[in-house]
Design a protein. Structure first.
Length: 274
């Protein structure tokens, strides 16, 4: 079990930011905007899935995991709210969140499925976000030149994603979800997550007017596909999830712990409920 603290982030998100807020870089801004566009609907799905999974467990298992789930829900609800504010500025800039529309349709089509499928999908997505989050914490160039308040937003979110990386996984295991389905779901989530984010990033770049510029795709290669890039550099950690003995806590969370310790003046702990 993990004690998860809910934190109120002490930054101002009422003030607008530049369209290319991430250091003036068109691709980095468009890509992170696409990620943010996925968060409000995704975070709510994670909350609903984990809560439903907890209710299905036997009383002793439910009691053992209840406190951690409350912390998980509180953190995810805070992420949902903050990125809702961030996305509101994107909407005013003329960006259209097509990713959210597609995701809502997909969630509705799959709403009838066994709760273990939804918890497994949450665990799979949490693994992806956790490895990307840890990468963010060790690669400051990804946010180089961004406004300090937005750097804080993304690094705080990254730290908490790493911190609660095992909650949904533990619920799935407690529900006795099968290993075969765990891996099938992970492959499906990887494909849909990357497809959704890619399509939304391209849409964002089209709106920005930078889709066909050489510098845009040079930045994309540097961020994602170099040997130590966000995608290529995390390939082994991605594969680790499919090992029979995998558990998220086997992966290093020290960067998250250190960031939260070093930046305690950027947030106020508000407990473990939301």
């Amino acid at each position: 079990m993990t004690d998860l603290t809910v934190r109120k982030l002490l930054i101002d998100l009422t003030t607008p930011f530049a369209q290319r807020w991430n250091g003036g870089d068109a691709f980095r801004s468009a890509f992170f905007n696409a990620l943010s566009m996925s968060f409000p609907i995704g975070e709510q799905y994670f909350i609903d899935s984990v809560r439903a999974g907890l209710k299905t467990l036997p009383k002793d298992e439910s009691a053992r995991l209840a406190n951690e789930v409350r912390g998980f829900v509180g953190q995810e609800a805070t992420h949902r709210r903050i990125h809702g504010l961030f996305n509101g500025h994107l909407e005013k800039q003329g960006f259209t969140n097509e990713l959210e529309r597609r995701a809502a349709v997909r969630l509705q089509q799959n709403a009838h499925r066994d709760v273990r499928i939804h918890v497994g999908a949450t665990a799979a997505t949490e693994h992806l976000t956790a490895i990307f989050a840890d990468w963010m914490l060790s690669h400051p160039a990804a946010l180089q030149g961004a406004e300090p308040r937005l750097q804080t937003l993304w690094l705080w979110h990254s730290a908490e994603e790493s911190e609660h990386r095992s909650t949904a996984f533990d619920i799935y295991k407690a529900l006795q979800g099968s290993e075969q389905w765990r891996i099938k779901i992970f492959r499906y989530i990887t494909f849909t997550f990357l497809a959704d984010v890619t399509r939304q990033t391209v849409r964002n770049l089209w709106h920005d007017g930078s889709l066909f510029q050489w510098n845009t795709w040079r930045s994309a290669y540097q961020l994602l596909l170099t040997k130590d890039g966000m995608f290529r550099g995390n390939y082994q950690l991605w594969r680790d999830y499919m090992a029979p003995n995998f558990h998220p806590r086997l992966q290093d969370g020290s960067r998250s712990e250190q960031w939260l310790k070093n930046n305690a003046d950027q947030f106020t702990p508000v407990g473990q409920t939301a």
